[in-house]
Design a protein around this ligand. Structure first.
Ligand code: 3HC
Length: 445
Protein backbone atom coordinates (compact mmCIF):
# COMPACT_ATOMS: atom_id res chain seq x y z
CA UNK A 1 0.00 0.00 0.00
CA UNK A 2 1.42 3.41 -0.96
CA UNK A 3 1.79 6.39 1.39
CA UNK A 4 -1.29 8.02 -0.13
CA UNK A 5 -3.40 4.88 0.00
CA UNK A 6 -2.52 4.45 3.68
CA UNK A 7 -3.81 7.99 4.31
CA UNK A 8 -7.12 7.59 2.50
CA UNK A 9 -8.96 6.35 5.54
CA UNK A 10 -7.61 7.40 8.91
CA UNK A 11 -9.04 7.60 12.43
CA UNK A 12 -7.92 9.70 15.37
CA UNK A 13 -9.13 8.29 18.70
CA UNK A 14 -9.51 10.91 21.43
CA UNK A 15 -9.74 13.57 18.72
CA UNK A 16 -11.34 16.21 20.94
CA UNK A 17 -8.59 16.02 23.54
CA UNK A 18 -5.64 18.40 23.76
CA UNK A 19 -3.27 16.13 21.89
CA UNK A 20 -5.91 14.50 19.70
CA UNK A 21 -7.14 17.83 18.33
CA UNK A 22 -3.62 18.80 17.28
CA UNK A 23 -3.01 15.41 15.67
CA UNK A 24 -6.35 15.67 13.89
CA UNK A 25 -5.51 19.14 12.58
CA UNK A 26 -2.08 18.16 11.26
CA UNK A 27 -3.39 14.97 9.68
CA UNK A 28 -6.38 16.73 8.10
CA UNK A 29 -4.09 19.25 6.45
CA UNK A 30 -1.75 16.54 5.17
CA UNK A 31 -4.69 14.54 3.79
CA UNK A 32 -6.26 17.61 2.16
CA UNK A 33 -2.97 18.42 0.47
CA UNK A 34 -2.84 14.88 -0.93
CA UNK A 35 -6.47 15.12 -2.04
CA UNK A 36 -5.78 18.36 -3.94
CA UNK A 37 -3.06 16.76 -6.08
CA UNK A 38 -4.39 16.42 -9.67
CA UNK A 39 -3.86 12.64 -9.72
CA UNK A 40 -5.94 12.22 -6.52
CA UNK A 41 -8.96 14.35 -7.39
CA UNK A 42 -11.21 11.36 -7.97
CA UNK A 43 -10.17 9.61 -4.73
CA UNK A 44 -11.94 9.82 -1.41
CA UNK A 45 -10.12 10.84 1.75
CA UNK A 46 -11.79 10.19 5.11
CA UNK A 47 -10.53 11.26 8.52
CA UNK A 48 -12.68 10.02 11.39
CA UNK A 49 -12.49 12.19 14.49
CA UNK A 50 -13.63 9.85 17.26
CA UNK A 51 -14.23 11.00 20.80
CA UNK A 52 -16.62 10.22 23.66
CA UNK A 53 -17.53 13.90 24.02
CA UNK A 54 -20.06 15.36 21.57
CA UNK A 55 -19.41 18.81 22.96
CA UNK A 56 -15.67 18.23 22.58
CA UNK A 57 -16.14 17.29 18.92
CA UNK A 58 -18.11 20.49 18.29
CA UNK A 59 -15.24 22.45 19.86
CA UNK A 60 -12.78 20.48 17.72
CA UNK A 61 -14.48 21.55 14.50
CA UNK A 62 -14.27 25.20 15.58
CA UNK A 63 -10.59 24.78 16.47
CA UNK A 64 -10.01 23.11 13.11
CA UNK A 65 -11.49 26.03 11.18
CA UNK A 66 -9.48 28.69 13.03
CA UNK A 67 -6.24 26.77 12.70
CA UNK A 68 -6.72 25.84 9.03
CA UNK A 69 -7.32 29.53 8.32
CA UNK A 70 -3.85 30.24 9.78
CA UNK A 71 -2.33 27.39 7.78
CA UNK A 72 -4.00 28.56 4.55
CA UNK A 73 -2.90 32.17 5.01
CA UNK A 74 0.70 31.00 5.06
CA UNK A 75 0.48 29.03 1.80
CA UNK A 76 -1.69 30.96 -0.60
CA UNK A 77 0.81 30.52 -3.46
CA UNK A 78 0.77 26.67 -3.52
CA UNK A 79 -2.98 26.77 -2.87
CA UNK A 80 -3.50 29.03 -5.87
CA UNK A 81 -1.71 26.37 -7.95
CA UNK A 82 -3.76 23.57 -6.42
CA UNK A 83 -7.00 25.38 -7.34
CA UNK A 84 -5.71 26.51 -10.79
CA UNK A 85 -8.50 24.63 -12.56
CA UNK A 86 -11.17 26.39 -10.49
CA UNK A 87 -12.07 29.45 -12.54
CA UNK A 88 -14.62 30.49 -9.94
CA UNK A 89 -11.94 31.05 -7.26
CA UNK A 90 -9.93 34.21 -7.84
CA UNK A 91 -9.29 36.22 -4.68
CA UNK A 92 -6.94 35.00 -1.92
CA UNK A 93 -9.86 35.07 0.51
CA UNK A 94 -11.80 32.71 -1.79
CA UNK A 95 -8.84 30.35 -2.03
CA UNK A 96 -8.46 30.33 1.75
CA UNK A 97 -12.16 29.69 2.31
CA UNK A 98 -12.23 26.87 -0.24
CA UNK A 99 -9.23 25.24 1.44
CA UNK A 100 -10.90 25.46 4.86
CA UNK A 101 -14.02 23.82 3.39
CA UNK A 102 -11.93 21.09 1.73
CA UNK A 103 -10.09 20.27 4.95
CA UNK A 104 -13.26 20.28 7.03
CA UNK A 105 -15.05 18.10 4.44
CA UNK A 106 -12.54 15.29 5.02
CA UNK A 107 -13.22 15.22 8.76
CA UNK A 108 -16.06 13.05 10.05
CA UNK A 109 -16.72 13.60 13.76
CA UNK A 110 -18.16 10.59 15.57
CA UNK A 111 -18.72 9.28 19.08
CA UNK A 112 -18.74 5.69 17.77
CA UNK A 113 -15.69 3.47 17.74
CA UNK A 114 -17.11 1.65 14.68
CA UNK A 115 -15.93 4.61 12.57
CA UNK A 116 -12.41 3.16 12.84
CA UNK A 117 -13.37 -0.25 11.43
CA UNK A 118 -12.54 0.78 7.86
CA UNK A 119 -9.33 2.73 8.54
CA UNK A 120 -5.87 1.69 7.44
CA UNK A 121 -4.20 4.00 9.95
CA UNK A 122 -5.39 4.69 13.50
CA UNK A 123 -3.95 7.37 15.79
CA UNK A 124 -4.59 6.67 19.43
CA UNK A 125 -4.64 9.70 21.75
CA UNK A 126 -7.00 8.54 24.50
CA UNK A 127 -6.47 8.59 28.26
CA UNK A 128 -3.14 7.39 29.61
CA UNK A 129 -4.68 4.11 30.75
CA UNK A 130 -2.87 1.01 29.53
CA UNK A 131 -5.83 -1.36 29.95
CA UNK A 132 -8.23 1.00 28.19
CA UNK A 133 -5.81 1.47 25.29
CA UNK A 134 -5.40 -2.30 24.91
CA UNK A 135 -9.16 -2.87 25.11
CA UNK A 136 -10.02 -0.25 22.48
CA UNK A 137 -7.25 -1.16 20.06
CA UNK A 138 -8.19 -4.85 20.39
CA UNK A 139 -11.82 -4.06 19.59
CA UNK A 140 -10.84 -2.10 16.49
CA UNK A 141 -8.29 -4.65 15.34
CA UNK A 142 -10.76 -7.51 15.73
CA UNK A 143 -13.41 -5.75 13.62
CA UNK A 144 -11.20 -4.07 11.03
CA UNK A 145 -10.43 -6.30 8.00
CA UNK A 146 -7.48 -4.14 6.80
CA UNK A 147 -4.94 -5.08 9.50
CA UNK A 148 -4.54 -1.37 10.32
CA UNK A 149 -1.41 0.31 11.58
CA UNK A 150 -1.65 1.93 14.99
CA UNK A 151 0.23 5.09 15.96
CA UNK A 152 -0.07 5.60 19.68
CA UNK A 153 0.52 8.99 21.25
CA UNK A 154 1.03 7.40 24.65
CA UNK A 155 3.20 9.58 26.83
CA UNK A 156 4.39 6.80 29.08
CA UNK A 157 3.19 3.24 28.36
CA UNK A 158 5.92 1.08 26.74
CA UNK A 159 4.94 0.24 23.17
CA UNK A 160 5.78 -3.46 23.53
CA UNK A 161 3.14 -3.70 26.29
CA UNK A 162 0.50 -2.37 23.87
CA UNK A 163 1.78 -4.53 21.01
CA UNK A 164 1.71 -7.72 23.10
CA UNK A 165 -1.54 -6.76 24.88
CA UNK A 166 -3.43 -6.36 21.58
CA UNK A 167 -1.46 -9.00 19.65
CA UNK A 168 -0.44 -6.66 16.83
CA UNK A 169 2.79 -8.40 15.82
CA UNK A 170 4.59 -5.14 15.16
CA UNK A 171 1.73 -3.13 13.62
CA UNK A 172 2.14 -0.40 16.25
CA UNK A 173 4.64 2.28 17.11
CA UNK A 174 4.90 5.22 19.48
CA UNK A 175 4.39 8.52 17.67
CA UNK A 176 4.53 10.97 20.50
CA UNK A 177 3.60 14.59 19.84
CA UNK A 178 4.16 17.44 22.29
CA UNK A 179 1.65 19.95 23.47
CA UNK A 180 0.42 21.84 21.52
CA UNK A 181 1.09 19.51 18.56
CA UNK A 182 0.45 22.31 16.08
CA UNK A 183 3.31 24.32 17.58
CA UNK A 184 5.91 21.96 19.05
CA UNK A 185 8.21 20.58 16.38
CA UNK A 186 8.97 17.27 18.08
CA UNK A 187 7.73 13.77 17.48
CA UNK A 188 9.32 11.04 19.58
CA UNK A 189 9.39 7.84 17.58
CA UNK A 190 9.37 4.60 19.53
CA UNK A 191 9.63 1.24 17.85
CA UNK A 192 10.00 -2.21 19.37
CA UNK A 193 11.89 -5.29 18.20
CA UNK A 194 8.69 -6.35 16.48
CA UNK A 195 7.74 -3.09 14.73
CA UNK A 196 7.77 -3.67 10.98
CA UNK A 197 10.16 -1.69 8.76
CA UNK A 198 7.30 -0.52 6.52
CA UNK A 199 5.42 1.18 9.33
CA UNK A 200 8.60 2.83 10.60
CA UNK A 201 9.46 4.14 7.14
CA UNK A 202 5.91 5.44 6.67
CA UNK A 203 6.09 7.18 10.08
CA UNK A 204 9.27 8.98 9.08
CA UNK A 205 7.82 10.22 5.78
CA UNK A 206 4.60 11.30 7.48
CA UNK A 207 6.56 13.18 10.18
CA UNK A 208 8.68 14.87 7.54
CA UNK A 209 5.59 15.99 5.63
CA UNK A 210 4.22 17.43 8.87
CA UNK A 211 7.58 19.30 9.19
CA UNK A 212 8.29 17.59 12.47
CA UNK A 213 11.65 16.77 13.97
CA UNK A 214 11.86 13.05 14.73
CA UNK A 215 13.85 11.86 17.72
CA UNK A 216 14.01 8.11 18.35
CA UNK A 217 13.55 6.98 21.92
CA UNK A 218 14.07 3.53 23.30
CA UNK A 219 10.94 1.81 24.54
CA UNK A 220 11.30 2.80 28.19
CA UNK A 221 8.26 4.12 30.09
CA UNK A 222 8.04 7.92 29.79
CA UNK A 223 10.53 7.94 26.91
CA UNK A 224 12.88 10.95 26.76
CA UNK A 225 10.50 13.91 27.10
CA UNK A 226 8.44 12.79 30.04
CA UNK A 227 11.50 11.09 31.50
CA UNK A 228 12.93 14.60 31.85
CA UNK A 229 9.69 16.46 32.58
CA UNK A 230 8.51 14.23 35.44
CA UNK A 231 11.87 14.38 37.25
CA UNK A 232 12.15 18.12 36.61
CA UNK A 233 8.68 18.58 38.15
CA UNK A 234 9.61 16.45 41.17
CA UNK A 235 12.72 18.57 41.70
CA UNK A 236 10.55 21.70 41.68
CA UNK A 237 8.08 20.16 44.13
CA UNK A 238 10.91 19.12 46.43
CA UNK A 239 12.30 22.67 46.39
CA UNK A 240 8.85 24.07 47.19
CA UNK A 241 8.53 21.69 50.13
CA UNK A 242 11.89 22.83 51.48
CA UNK A 243 11.10 26.53 51.07
CA UNK A 244 7.71 25.97 52.72
CA UNK A 245 9.49 25.43 56.06
CA UNK A 246 10.29 29.13 56.03
CA UNK A 247 7.40 30.71 54.16
CA UNK A 248 3.77 30.07 53.14
CA UNK A 249 3.33 27.38 50.46
CA UNK A 250 1.95 29.78 47.87
CA UNK A 251 5.02 31.99 48.12
CA UNK A 252 7.31 29.00 47.67
CA UNK A 253 5.36 27.97 44.54
CA UNK A 254 5.58 31.53 43.21
CA UNK A 255 9.36 31.58 43.70
CA UNK A 256 10.13 28.24 42.10
CA UNK A 257 7.75 28.97 39.26
CA UNK A 258 9.46 32.31 38.60
CA UNK A 259 12.95 30.84 38.93
CA UNK A 260 12.15 28.00 36.52
CA UNK A 261 10.81 30.47 33.96
CA UNK A 262 12.59 33.80 34.08
CA UNK A 263 15.88 32.79 35.71
CA UNK A 264 16.20 29.67 33.55
CA UNK A 265 14.86 31.41 30.42
CA UNK A 266 12.11 28.87 29.75
CA UNK A 267 8.73 29.51 28.07
CA UNK A 268 6.71 28.64 31.18
CA UNK A 269 7.37 28.22 34.86
CA UNK A 270 7.27 24.60 35.94
CA UNK A 271 3.98 24.93 37.88
CA UNK A 272 2.38 26.70 34.96
CA UNK A 273 3.55 23.85 32.75
CA UNK A 274 2.15 21.23 35.15
CA UNK A 275 -1.19 23.10 35.05
CA UNK A 276 -0.98 23.32 31.25
CA UNK A 277 -0.48 19.57 30.89
CA UNK A 278 -2.91 18.88 33.77
CA UNK A 279 -1.98 18.00 37.36
CA UNK A 280 -3.99 14.78 36.99
CA UNK A 281 -2.21 13.92 33.73
CA UNK A 282 1.22 14.54 35.28
CA UNK A 283 0.33 12.36 38.25
CA UNK A 284 -1.00 9.68 35.92
CA UNK A 285 2.19 9.67 33.83
CA UNK A 286 4.22 9.25 37.02
CA UNK A 287 1.96 6.38 38.09
CA UNK A 288 2.42 4.64 34.75
CA UNK A 289 6.20 5.16 34.78
CA UNK A 290 6.82 4.32 38.42
CA UNK A 291 6.56 0.50 38.29
CA UNK A 292 9.29 0.49 35.63
CA UNK A 293 11.71 2.58 37.70
CA UNK A 294 14.37 0.63 39.52
CA UNK A 295 16.18 3.07 41.76
CA UNK A 296 13.79 5.95 42.25
CA UNK A 297 10.24 6.81 43.25
CA UNK A 298 8.29 8.92 40.74
CA UNK A 299 5.51 9.99 43.01
CA UNK A 300 4.45 13.18 44.75
CA UNK A 301 2.06 13.32 47.72
CA UNK A 302 1.57 17.01 46.84
CA UNK A 303 0.04 16.09 43.48
CA UNK A 304 -2.19 13.54 45.26
CA UNK A 305 -3.31 16.26 47.65
CA UNK A 306 -4.09 18.78 44.90
CA UNK A 307 -6.21 16.20 43.09
CA UNK A 308 -8.01 15.19 46.28
CA UNK A 309 -8.92 18.90 46.60
CA UNK A 310 -10.18 18.80 43.00
CA UNK A 311 -7.47 21.18 41.77
CA UNK A 312 -6.46 19.72 38.42
CA UNK A 313 -5.44 22.35 35.85
CA UNK A 314 -5.81 21.30 32.21
CA UNK A 315 -7.90 23.18 29.65
CA UNK A 316 -11.55 24.09 29.18
CA UNK A 317 -13.16 22.82 25.96
CA UNK A 318 -12.56 26.26 24.35
CA UNK A 319 -8.82 25.79 24.97
CA UNK A 320 -8.55 28.32 27.82
CA UNK A 321 -6.48 27.41 30.85
CA UNK A 322 -8.18 25.95 33.93
CA UNK A 323 -6.93 26.92 37.37
CA UNK A 324 -4.43 24.54 38.96
CA UNK A 325 -1.46 25.42 41.14
CA UNK A 326 -1.98 28.87 39.66
CA UNK A 327 -5.14 30.85 39.01
CA UNK A 328 -5.39 32.39 35.55
CA UNK A 329 -7.09 35.46 34.17
CA UNK A 330 -6.91 35.85 30.38
CA UNK A 331 -4.20 33.16 30.40
CA UNK A 332 -1.99 35.04 32.87
CA UNK A 333 -1.23 33.78 36.41
CA UNK A 334 -2.86 36.02 39.03
CA UNK A 335 -3.05 33.77 42.12
CA UNK A 336 -1.57 30.66 43.72
CA UNK A 337 -3.50 27.93 45.48
CA UNK A 338 -3.01 27.39 49.19
CA UNK A 339 -4.01 23.79 50.08
CA UNK A 340 -4.06 24.86 53.72
CA UNK A 341 -6.51 27.75 53.23
CA UNK A 342 -8.19 25.98 50.31
CA UNK A 343 -8.26 29.16 48.26
CA UNK A 344 -6.19 31.13 45.78
CA UNK A 345 -4.03 33.91 47.20
CA UNK A 346 -3.50 36.89 44.89
CA UNK A 347 0.10 37.04 43.63
CA UNK A 348 0.17 40.82 44.03
CA UNK A 349 -0.26 40.34 47.81
CA UNK A 350 3.20 38.77 48.15
CA UNK A 351 5.05 39.36 44.87
CA UNK A 352 7.21 42.28 46.01
CA UNK A 353 8.25 40.47 49.18
CA UNK A 354 9.16 37.28 47.31
CA UNK A 355 10.99 39.11 44.54
CA UNK A 356 13.11 40.87 47.14
CA UNK A 357 14.04 37.52 48.71
CA UNK A 358 14.95 36.09 45.30
CA UNK A 359 17.18 39.05 44.52
CA UNK A 360 17.79 40.83 41.25
CA UNK A 361 18.60 39.04 38.00
CA UNK A 362 21.85 39.91 36.18
CA UNK A 363 21.52 42.89 33.83
CA UNK A 364 22.26 40.53 30.94
CA UNK A 365 18.97 38.67 31.53
CA UNK A 366 17.06 37.83 28.34
CA UNK A 367 13.43 36.91 27.89
CA UNK A 368 12.72 33.43 26.45
CA UNK A 369 10.63 34.85 23.61
CA UNK A 370 13.42 37.08 22.35
CA UNK A 371 16.31 34.66 22.79
CA UNK A 372 14.68 31.50 21.44
CA UNK A 373 15.20 32.39 17.80
CA UNK A 374 18.43 34.42 18.12
CA UNK A 375 21.27 33.25 15.90
CA UNK A 376 23.86 33.98 18.61
CA UNK A 377 21.73 32.66 21.47
CA UNK A 378 24.52 30.42 22.79
CA UNK A 379 26.77 33.45 23.31
CA UNK A 380 23.92 35.47 24.87
CA UNK A 381 22.93 32.64 27.21
CA UNK A 382 26.51 31.82 28.16
CA UNK A 383 27.10 35.41 29.14
CA UNK A 384 23.88 35.51 31.16
CA UNK A 385 24.36 32.18 32.96
CA UNK A 386 28.01 33.02 33.75
CA UNK A 387 26.77 36.09 35.59
CA UNK A 388 23.87 34.25 37.20
CA UNK A 389 26.03 31.42 38.54
CA UNK A 390 28.26 33.76 40.55
CA UNK A 391 25.47 35.94 41.94
CA UNK A 392 25.07 35.61 45.65
CA UNK A 393 21.27 35.62 45.87
CA UNK A 394 18.54 33.08 46.64
CA UNK A 395 16.98 33.18 43.14
CA UNK A 396 20.34 32.70 41.42
CA UNK A 397 21.22 29.82 43.78
CA UNK A 398 17.89 28.10 43.17
CA UNK A 399 18.27 28.54 39.40
CA UNK A 400 21.82 27.18 39.35
CA UNK A 401 20.79 24.17 41.40
CA UNK A 402 17.77 23.67 39.10
CA UNK A 403 19.91 23.88 35.95
CA UNK A 404 22.36 21.35 37.39
CA UNK A 405 19.56 18.96 38.29
CA UNK A 406 18.07 19.28 34.80
CA UNK A 407 21.48 18.45 33.33
CA UNK A 408 21.85 15.44 35.65
CA UNK A 409 18.41 14.18 34.56
CA UNK A 410 19.38 14.61 30.91
CA UNK A 411 22.61 12.69 31.35
CA UNK A 412 20.84 9.90 33.22
CA UNK A 413 18.45 9.45 30.28
CA UNK A 414 21.48 8.62 28.17
CA UNK A 415 23.22 6.40 30.75
CA UNK A 416 19.90 4.57 31.36
CA UNK A 417 19.75 3.94 27.60
CA UNK A 418 16.46 5.79 27.10
CA UNK A 419 18.04 8.27 24.70
CA UNK A 420 20.67 7.28 22.17
CA UNK A 421 22.85 10.30 22.90
CA UNK A 422 23.01 13.72 24.60
CA UNK A 423 22.11 15.57 21.42
CA UNK A 424 18.78 13.72 21.26
CA UNK A 425 17.96 14.75 24.84
CA UNK A 426 18.70 18.37 24.00
CA UNK A 427 16.65 18.20 20.80
CA UNK A 428 13.67 16.80 22.72
CA UNK A 429 13.72 19.66 25.23
CA UNK A 430 14.23 22.29 22.56
CA UNK A 431 11.64 21.04 20.08
CA UNK A 432 9.09 19.43 22.42
CA UNK A 433 9.14 21.93 25.27
CA UNK A 434 10.36 24.92 23.22
CA UNK A 435 13.38 25.45 25.46
CA UNK A 436 15.97 27.88 24.17
CA UNK A 437 18.79 25.49 25.09
CA UNK A 438 19.22 21.83 25.93
CA UNK A 439 19.63 20.59 29.52
CA UNK A 440 23.05 19.09 28.75
CA UNK A 441 25.05 22.27 28.28
CA UNK A 442 28.09 24.17 29.51
CA UNK A 443 26.06 26.73 31.42
CA UNK A 444 25.79 24.67 34.61
CA UNK A 445 28.92 22.77 35.61
N1 3HC B 1 -2.90 25.22 18.77
C1 3HC B 1 -2.36 25.93 17.76
N2 3HC B 1 -1.57 26.99 17.96
C2 3HC B 1 -1.31 27.34 19.23
C3 3HC B 1 -1.84 26.66 20.33
C4 3HC B 1 -2.68 25.54 20.05
N3 3HC B 1 -3.22 24.81 21.03
N4 3HC B 1 -1.39 27.25 21.46
C5 3HC B 1 -0.60 28.29 21.09
N5 3HC B 1 -0.57 28.35 19.75
C6 3HC B 1 0.15 29.31 18.92
C7 3HC B 1 -0.42 30.71 19.09
O1 3HC B 1 -1.57 30.89 18.31
C8 3HC B 1 0.75 31.55 18.61
O2 3HC B 1 0.76 31.56 17.18
P1 3HC B 1 1.19 32.86 16.36
O3 3HC B 1 2.63 33.07 16.70
O4 3HC B 1 0.94 32.45 14.93
O5 3HC B 1 0.31 33.95 16.85
C9 3HC B 1 1.98 30.77 19.09
O6 3HC B 1 1.51 29.43 19.34
C10 3HC B 1 2.55 31.32 20.36
O7 3HC B 1 1.52 31.42 21.33
P2 3HC B 1 1.38 32.66 22.31
O8 3HC B 1 1.94 33.89 21.69
O9 3HC B 1 -0.03 32.69 22.77
O10 3HC B 1 2.19 32.26 23.62
P3 3HC B 1 3.69 31.81 23.81
O11 3HC B 1 4.62 32.53 22.90
O12 3HC B 1 3.95 31.85 25.25
O13 3HC B 1 3.69 30.30 23.35
C11 3HC B 1 3.45 28.01 23.95
C12 3HC B 1 2.75 29.37 23.88
C13 3HC B 1 3.79 27.58 22.53
C14 3HC B 1 2.48 27.05 24.56
C15 3HC B 1 4.76 28.18 24.79
O14 3HC B 1 4.47 28.82 25.99
C16 3HC B 1 5.41 26.84 25.10
O15 3HC B 1 5.99 26.21 24.25
N6 3HC B 1 5.30 26.39 26.38
C17 3HC B 1 5.86 25.12 26.80
C18 3HC B 1 4.88 24.01 26.47
C19 3HC B 1 5.47 22.65 26.70
O16 3HC B 1 6.43 22.48 27.42
N7 3HC B 1 4.86 21.61 26.07
C20 3HC B 1 5.25 20.24 26.31
C21 3HC B 1 4.44 19.69 27.45
S1 3HC B 1 4.81 17.99 27.82
C22 3HC B 1 3.99 17.10 26.66
O17 3HC B 1 3.28 17.61 25.82
C23 3HC B 1 4.14 15.62 26.69
C24 3HC B 1 2.86 14.95 27.10
O18 3HC B 1 3.03 13.59 26.94
C25 3HC B 1 2.47 15.25 28.51
Amino acid sequence: MSYEERLQNVTVLGAAGKMGSGILLLTAVEMADLMLKPENKSKTFVLNAVDVSKEGLAGLMKYLRTQVLKVAEKKTVPLRKAYADRKDIIENSEIINQYIEDVVRIVHPSTRMEAAYDSTLVFEAINENKDLKIKILSQIDKNNPHKPWFFTNTSSVPINIIDDGVGLDGRVLGFHFYNPPAVQKLVELIVTNQTSKDITEFAKVYAKNLKKVVVPSNDVAGFIGNGHFMRDALHAIHEVEKLSDEMPFEQAVYMINRVSQEYLVRPMGIFQLIDYVGIDVVRFIMQVMNPYMQDEELHSPLLDKMISLNIKGGQHSDGSQKDGFLKYEKGKPVGIYSPEKKEYIAIEDFKAQCDEKLGALPDSVVAWKSVVRMKNKDEVLKNYFNELNVLNALGADLATKYGKRSKEIGKKLVSDNVALNEEDVNTVLMTGFFHAYGPINNYFN
